[in-house]
Design a protein around this ligand. Structure first.
Ligand code: IPD
Ligand code: CA
Ligand code: CA
Length: 254
């Protein structure tokens, strides 16, 4: 692996400083809507431009796919970036948003970094090597009883156009769990499963840039990644991440 996790951390933390500069001066940040519930700010664009320039400058062998600037020609080996995941929360001065950077080689995510600058939490993972939060190894929770579990979900910004808007599923699962959360950043939601802070997370209609880094971090921390039928893999349109121990209890409720 020619990528040093330490160098990547420096780059991602610098991107975080750029985002924080905007975050501390929100009244001067321009917030626009790409569609009714899909937001973009100056900060999203500035962070993505910085990451694109820096990562493709340092590693010209890899392409780049960012949420705001789209895909480059090299689609086999590429960086997959969500410059700010949780833009709506960011734009309201809330703390749950993150920069998400993954490296995909031959259709497999091999490195992932998710940095939440306002929380100062840095999560990362390397395929086969484990997952870390702020330099310490992390692992999923040991909860094996869904009824005692805490779960998180998200509601796709396309939800008004979907026949399945997640509300019935949320209701079913809420009746069968102790705690339910909606944090507003899918990248961070995956890291919270990785860190044992919640026992499961699910959402529909995400994109690979929302989940690529977090999915590797979760998997390396021992999580199971499936679709709502239990097929293993990373399915952004229907992602279910659990600590593994409650998978068979939550699947029938999906
Ligand atoms: C959004 C966040 C949110 C999820 C939305 C995503 P964005 O990403 O991940 O948690 O519920 O579906 O679009 O737009 O803030 O990058
Ligand atoms: Ca996102
Ligand atoms: Ca985003």
């Amino acid at each position: 692996m020619s990528i040093s996790l330490a160098i990547l951390e420096e780059v991602v933390r610098e991107a975080g400083s750029i985002a924080l500069t905007y975050f501390k001066d929100l009244k001067n940040v321009e917030v626009n809507k790409k569609s009714p519930r899909d937001f973009v700010t100056d900060a999203d664009v500035a962070v993505e431009n910085f990451l694109k320039e820096t990562l493709t400058g340092k590693y010209p062998q890899y392409g780049f796919w960012g949420e705001e600037s789209g895909q480059s020609e090299n689609q086999t080996n590429r960086w997959i970036v969500d410059p700010i995941d949780g833009t709506h929360s960011f734009s309201r001065g809330q703390y749950f948003w993150a920069i998400s950077v993954a490296l995909e080689i031959d259709q497999e995510i091999v490195i992932g970094a998710v940095y939440a600058p306002a929380l100062n939490d840095y999560y990362c993972a390397e395929k086969g090597m484990g997952a870390w939060k702020n330099g310490m190894s992390i692992a999923v929770s040991s909860e094996s009883n869904l009824a005692d579990g805490m779960v998180a979900t998200g509601f796709a910004c396309l939800r008004s156009y979907l026949t399945d808007n997640n509300l019935e599923r949320f209701g079913r699962i809420a009746q069968n769990t102790t705690g339910q959360r909606r944090f507003g950043s899918a990248a961070l939601d995956l890291c919270l499963v990785a860190d044992g802070q919640v026992d499961a997370f699910w959402e529909q209609e995400l994109n690979l840039y929302d989940v690529a880094a977090g999915a590797l971090i979760a998997r390396e921390a021992g999580a199971t990644l499936t679709d709502f039928q239990g097929n293993e893999g990373i399915f952004p349109k229907q992602i279910l991440v659990t600590n593994g121990k409650i998978l068979n209890q939550i699947l029938p409720l999906m």
